[in-house]
Design a protein around this ligand. Structure first.
Ligand code: HXC
Length: 560
């Protein structure tokens, strides 16, 4: 595992750093451009020598699409590209590349619209002392539209980031392909997409959506590991409201079509939604703190601040006596992990499952849990997609996966079957079986049928399986099982109700406990709920040096 980086590398949601109100910043920060002493092209003194020429060009680059457009950007409640990078990166760490690059197009009036940088600020910097690549699209230049020059600049830092093994962060604010450039701007997207894909699983790629993200602009973020949106000012859509109305007759606003609420709760495109831009950038820092620089490294360990042997008595009473009664699994997770360290992802998408990153004894862990408080924690299509992708993220970035199971099974229903719950549910199985990072499971209450098997069961290369004493591990619920196994006897009985009750009692006695599974070695140890944290920490300590591989192949065929 990586060397401890100390507390300064971790900022939890309570401890967010600087908050800047959009519109409160008039001019670009010195931190993002340490060379502000040059002349401006508009200075009366004029250009004197080679240094003056460079300084004048740099000064012009600072102004993006001009002061009027910067004001308009602020008036929309948005920061400029440079202001965003100043908030994101450690002071004075930014090394810009391609600051003066401009296009050489002439058609559709572009000859008169040349701006140094061509609508994107790109380069390298540091976040909490760790190296990153970053680019920020500049909406003040032709709406941040994607051009050949933009593509060259972004591709360049993508290549360097991949070769150097550092994460890359894209701050997106763009009207999509630069229409005036025609097919050149479409091809330009291809350059970035191919690098997104080749970098996938090698270096963390984070996308922050801070304005419109239209047309082709959506696909690069969608190919990255994490998408963060800012509420109220960001949107993502492939075809805009005008085109939709023309084609389908539907009338919809940009916000209704692709605002943050849509992508956090309905489409599942956004992993995190921030209240404003500054918070979105803080979430980037928080997220990066859980991740390694690349797939050959382990995530950084935070200096432990919560005792490893801390037991939580409240956990012994957390599961309601009535087995049908819900509880919020997030209370459970919060009590087990290092205090305040849980960062939930996709919180409002498929909330019947909970996923997120946290720390145990300072180490990054990925948590997967069924959520009994929503639809009894049942697995459905969306929850399957959500869980499966998260396991793969953890696996590529060497983050152990801990799974908490209280799940009655897959959701029955014609729609689910017709919409492909088979292939979506298969993704969970595939992801757990494929993952070679340490995997630990804990059955806290129900683990029925497919849910038991799919959610990190022992045979699917789970390293250590725990159960709490109220665990129920069975092929299906008691009533359903009795209907299938004893239907004939029940129908023939003098008192069918009493007969059913007796068969149910027998079934429950046999299967509604963890001991049968423990006898068979499916459960390694039945533990008191309060012991969960120390048990997990010790198990992870053991597994820290785990070595496991998969057969060599080009790639598997993940169920899609
Ligand atoms: C060139 C663009 C542009 C674009 C915006 N601008 N989008 N210039 N190409 N794609 C320019 C505008 O002309 C305007 O210039 C400035 O940016 C600001 O735009 P506004 O429309 O005034 O801003 P706003 O009202 O905030 O609306 C933003 C917007 C809207 C929602 C993004 O501009 C819009 O709908 N743009 C087009 C979106 C779109 O359909 N893109 C898809 C392209 S096709 P001035 O000079 O007036 O300031 C595509 C396919 C690629 O991307 C597929 C690859 C897989």
């Amino acid at each position: 595992m990586g060397a401890p980086l100390g507390a300064a590398t971790h900022r939890n949601r309570e401890g967010r750093g600087r908050r800047v109100r959009p519109g409160s910043i008039g001019r670009p920060s010195r931190a993002i451009w340490p060379y502000r002493d040059g002349v401006s092209l508009s200075d009366d003194q004029g250009v004197k020598n080679d240094l003056d020429v460079l300084r004048a060009k740099r000064a012009q680059a600072l102004e993006g699409g001009g002061l009027d457009r910067i004001e308009a950007q602020h008036a929309r409640g948005k920061l400029t590209a440079r202001e965003r990078l100043a908030l994101l990166l450690d002071d004075g760490s930014f090394q810009e590349m391609g600051a003066l690059a401009t296009h050489d197009e002439t058609e559709f009036g572009l000859a008169d619209q040349r701006y140094p940088g061509d609508g994107v600020v790109a380069g390298f910097g540091k976040i909490n002392g760790r190296r990153v690549a970053a680019f920020a699209q500049d909406f003040t230049v032709l709406g941040g539209s994607f051009s050949r020059v933009q593509s060259n600049k972004i591709s360049r830092i993508q290549d360097l980031a991949l070769e150097s093994g550092v994460p890359i962060i894209g701050l997106n604010d763009s009207g999509g392909a630069r229409i005036q450039e025609g097919v050149a701007s479409l091809a330009a997207y291809g350059e970035v997409f191919v690098r997104n894909v080749l970098s996938s699983g090698v270096i963390p790629q984070l996308s922050v959506i801070l304005g419109p993200c239209a047309g082709g602009a959506v696909y690069s973020p969608a190919l990255t590991d994490f998408v963060i949106m800012a509420r109220g000012t960001s949107s993502m859509f492939l075809t805009g409201p005008d085109v939709i109305e023309a084609v389908t007759g539907e009338q919809v606003s940009i916000e209704q079509l692709g605002g943050a609420e849509v992508h956090e709760a309905r489409s599942g495109v956004a992993h995190l939604v921030a209240e404003d831009e500054a918070e979105a950038l803080e979430l980037v820092k928080l997220l990066l703190g859980f991740l390694p620089q690349n797939n050959n490294e382990d995530p950084p360990q935070l200096t432990p601040y919560d005792p490893a042997d801390r037991m939580d008595e409240a956990l012994n009473g957390l599961i309601p006596a009535d087995e049908g009664e819900p509880y919020d699994v997030r209370d459970l997770l919060a009590r087990v992990v290092d205090r305040g360290s849980f960062l939930e992802l996709h919180a409002d998408y498929a909330p019947n499952a909970v996923i997120g990153l946290a720390r145990l004894d300072g180490y990054s862990v990925g948590l997967v849990a069924s959520q009994p408080a929503v639809m009894a924690g049942v697995l459905d299509i969306n929850a399957s997609d959500k869980i499966a992708r998260f396991i793969r993220i953890c696996d590529v970035y060497n983050i152990p996966v801990i799974t908490f199971v209280d799940c009655p099974g897959f959701l029955p229903g014609v729609d689910q079957e017709h919409d492909g719950v088979i292939r979506h549910g298969a993704k969970i199985i595939y992801a757990y079986c494929e993952a070679t990072v340490p995997k630990i499971s804990i059955v806290t209450r129900r683990a029925m049928g497919g849910a038991y098997v799919a959610l990190s069961s022992r045979q699917m290369r789970t390293d250590i399986a725990f159960a709490w004493p109220r665990a129920q591990i069975a092929v299906m619920g008691a009533e359903a099982a009795v209907r299938i196994l004893h239907g004939r006897q029940v129908r023939a009985a003098a008192d069918p109700g009493a007969a059913t009750a007796e068969y149910v009692r027998q079934y429950r006695e046999a299967f509604f406990n963890p001991y049968r599974a423990a006898d068979l070695g499916q459960i390694d140890e039945v533990i008191e709920p309060r012991e969960t944290r120390p048990r997990l920490i010790r198990a992870l300590e053991l597994l820290r040096t785990k070595v496991q591989g998969n057969p060599p192949k080009k790639h598997g065929l993940f169920p899609a």
